[in-house]
Design a protein around this ligand. Sequence first.
Ligand code: FES
Length: 171
Amino acid sequence: MADEKQQRVQTAANPGVDRREFFLRLGLGSMGIAAAGTAVFAYQFLSPNVLYEPSPVVNMGKPESYQLDSVTLDVDARIFVVHNNEGFFALSAVCTHLGCLTAWKPDLGIIACPCHGSKFAMFQPPGKKPGEKFDGPAPKPLPWLKMWLSDEGELIVDRSEEIRPEQFVRV
Ligand code: FES
């Protein structure tokens, strides 16, 4: 009876954790947090430091979606898809001066840059190849980009590959 009473008194004064065990748990907890932090930093350090850029190859869809004698600007891809009597071709829409996005001017039959006024041929002026610069500070023509027809019959453009002008995709 006296033992039982003494045990109850001990339990009330010492509710489960003594001083030594408390510091042991505190130490283990601190080491766990430090290990987790180290693991996070090690993972970040060992992960490849890579920028994931969009693919230069873009699918421009079915040829039937481009009318004859049309110039279609794809703002996201930053290219013009042109359909004329000779076939299809893709032209970069990025101005060769300082990289502004150029615009198709259907009333004039040319491509113009809104930033500093460079002008590039399309259907006008006569005698100029599409993409050729004829006015303004741009140092080079708008490049023709590699285009082909996929097995599924869609127009594919590789924006990283320039080609000689006047290579048309015939469908
Ligand atoms: S960026 Fe086009 S003319 Fe300057």
